[in-house]
Ligand binder design. Sequence first.
Ligand SMILES: Cc1cc2nc3c(=O)[nH]c(=O)nc-3n(C[C@H](O)[C@H](O)[C@H](O)COP(=O)(O)O)c2cc1C
Length: 340
Amino acid sequence: MSKLFSKIKIKDMEARNRIVMPPMCMYSSDDGGFPNSWHLIHYATRAIGGAGLIIMEATAVEKRGRISARDLGIWDDSHVEGLAEIVAEVKKHGASIGIQLAHAGRKCGAPGEDLIAPSPIAFDETYGVPREMTKEDIKEVVSAFKAGAYRALKAGFDIIEIHAAHGYLINEFLSPLTNKRTDEYGGNIENRARFLKEVIKAVREVWPEEKPLMVRVSAEEYAEGGNHDADVAQIINLVKEEGVDVIDVSSGAVVPAKINAYPGYQVRFAETIKKMTGLFVIAGGLVTAPEMAEEILQNDRADMVYLGRELLRNPYWPLAAAKELGDDIKWPEQYERSRK
Ligand SMILES: Cc1cc2nc3c(=O)[nH]c(=O)nc-3n(C[C@H](O)[C@H](O)[C@H](O)COP(=O)(O)O)c2cc1C
């Protein structure tokens, strides 16, 4: 049995293999943030295709925290029912399922919303200048993450991922490039990590101890004066005691900077974070070959591997990968005759 197709247990979540579908915005909701048949079919198909863990796309904890007007939302109790339907369907087909709780901050692209950020600096000329958050705003957003986590629990998710990557609100606090505050939320690394720490703590008040909690990070900002992998590992070490189990390692999008992307370009960041924090780590970025995913795991560079665009292209990638690695996995019974 390959490592890619070996099970993994993290707290009470047991994934059938180490293949992760990372969060990917579908921009297919309505202005109310409700899921529809697109989301149900899209996620259930990846479960039928054999993914081990599916992380639902960035889902806004506040209306003003949306990346676009078509994002999914979890800011209201009425969102739970539709999300629960997707969770049940995905689990029926053997995959574990998580949700990415998100707040876009200064990168909110939904028209007419209040743009908020740690400091009043626009991402680029296509975005407006955000309003510097008051302590009251900070409390409000922390509570919104907590309420979102409670709804995620009600919907039946196995794991929550807090979106602290890609230059969205939490990441804006973490980065010295976007956080110029002079109060206890800015300045040194401990202060910049404070908002994330408060979010994790609040989420953990409602998200049970036995359920795993994950944080997605941009481990490299590709800009002078920005965070690098060792800085991000240090941040994680400052907050992990609040109850973090897994780090999903991504990079970039904090400031407009060029990224030299090639297969596996983020894996070394995952490796650093795994070594420095001792937590479970998910690595990925332009991974498409089963042998490459297997190499990452066999060399202990990460514990799971994500494939984003590859799983958009081919939801049945896991079934084909098992064949390539010589693993005899369970196929959907309905497709047995195509297996050979
Ligand atoms: C259509 C699309 C939407 C995405 N939306 C999100 C998102 O909601 N949250 C997030 O953290 N990353 C998002 N990403 C980034 C992916 O999760 C992933 O990290 C990235 O695509 C690199 O992996 P890949 O090379 O295997 O595609 C998105 C990527 C794509 C292609």
